[in-house]
Ligand binder design. Structure first.
Ligand SMILES: Nc1ncnc2c1ncn2[C@@H]1O[C@H](COP(=O)(O)OP(=O)(O)OP(=O)(O)O)[C@@H](O)[C@H]1O
Length: 360
């Protein structure tokens, strides 16, 4: 049985339907990430689970105990749930040590050691423990908030964009440290984030949210490679979406005849490839002759951005797509390692790795 169960949760603010029939199961000790555009209802959902607001309809059950069901609701402080809000929400008049220790048992023998240990785990220097929140950077405040929530030994941890104030390197190391800390403590976690790569790397289960509903819930790899629709595909990463005719496990598309992950038959369809499924090998126009089965393109634009370059490739031997007129010969936009990316004007041979995914 799931550790946390959400059933048919609804929440309105006046005429705004913030949550619209949310169902979710969270396994004990697991990590779930919720991603979705601004205003889709992510924070509202965390506030309902934490007990700061009550659902209009639906139920929340944690470890077999009903926390909310219609009108009845267990108060937030009795739920054993930790919440790290977007702004950290530290107590301004308390030192960092007192903030972290807030909620710990006063008589706890190793209280000071635990505060120091938690500060260490979230990467805070000992000297900072004596300071007040206004003497810290945004990123440091956020780390204090995480340490404070962990200090209370929650059964479930809710993280609302806790890493957004941190710079890229620190963000990745903090994410890893927090994930390990929660895992070793066996605490189930729900992370809300705008950052799809953060969601995909942090979680065992990812839920994509749109307009108060979950569009798709599944394992990160499943969602990335088999998104239900174009919006989910593009929300979770770069995607090459092409018109196609599909039949018997193959798609006829601007890239020619390629394998697709469905045996459905559709005269008009959309298929998706992740850019890393398209490999480019530099050649020349002479190299194109006598190879009718191979696919070639010309690099029409490149944009350098450090480790990865954006490369725009116009197909040279367009394989007559079903609705070619609809896309014209729009270049494929690919991300390639900066070191050996082809340059503008070069002719490349294009190969497809793996199967394309058929979108709904
Ligand atoms: N207290 C409130 N009163 C009125 N409307 C609210 C309230 N809280 C949230 N909303 C509305 O409910 C919808 C969902 O808001 P919510 O904050 O949950 O979205 P979100 O996905 O967390 O957004 P963001 O990523 O920008 O933080 C929005 O349309 C928002 O304006």
């Amino acid at each position: 049985m799931s550790f946390l169960q959400l059933r048919a949760l609804n929440k309105h603010y006046g005429s705004v339907k913030a949550l619209d029939g949310i169902d979710l199961n969270v396994v004990a000790g697991s990590r779930t990430a919720i991603v979705g555009p601004s205003g889709c209802g992510k924070t509202t959902l965390l506030r309902l689970i934490a007990g700061f607001e009550a659902p209009d309809e639906g139920s929340i059950t944690l470890d077999g105990t009903v926390l909310a069901n219609g009108g009845s609701s267990v108060p937030a402080h009795k739920r054993g749930i930790g919440l790290v809000a977007q702004d950290g929400a530290l107590f301004p008049h308390l030192t960092v040590a007192a903030n972290i220790g807030f909620g710990m048992d006063r008589g706890e023998a190793d209280r000071t050691e635990r505060i120091a240990e938690l500060a260490y785990i979230v990467g805070l220097d000992k000297a900072i423990l004596k300071r007040h929140p206004h003497e810290l950077s945004g990123g440091q405040q956020q780390r204090v908030a995480i340490a404070r929530a962990m200090a209370r030994k929650p059964r479930l941890m809710l993280l609302d964009e806790p890493f957004s104030a941190l710079d890229t390197g620190l963000r990745a190391s903090m994410r890893k440290a927090v994930a390990e800390l929660l895992e070793s403590a066996g605490v189930a976690t729900i992370l809300v984030t705008h950052d799809q790569s953060e969601a995909l790397s942090f979680a065992d289960q990812v839920a994509v949210m749109r307009d108060g509903k979950f569009s798709q819930v599944g394992a990160p790899r499943e969602l990335y490679l088999r998104p239900r629709d174009r919006m989910i595909a593009e929300f979770l990463g770069d995607a090459v979406v092409l018109p196609a005719r599909v039949d018997s496990g193959f798609a006829q598309c601007p890239l020619g005849r390629i394998a697709v992950d469905s045996t459905e038959r559709r005269d008009t369809a959309r298929i998706m490839l992740r850019p890393e499924q398209l490999t480019l090998k530099c050649t020349s126009r002479e190299g194109m002759s006598g190879t009718p089965d191979m696919l070639f393109g010309e690099v029409v634009e490149t944009e350098f951005a450090g480790s990865l370059c954006t490369v725009a490739v116009r197909l040279l031997n367009n394989a007559d797509p079903p609705d070619a007129a609809a896309i014209g010969n729009t270049p494929l936009i690919l991300k390639k390692p900066g070191m050996d990316a082809p340059t503008t004007g070069e002719v490349v041979r294009i190969s497809v790795v793996g199967k394309a995914h058929l979108l709904a």
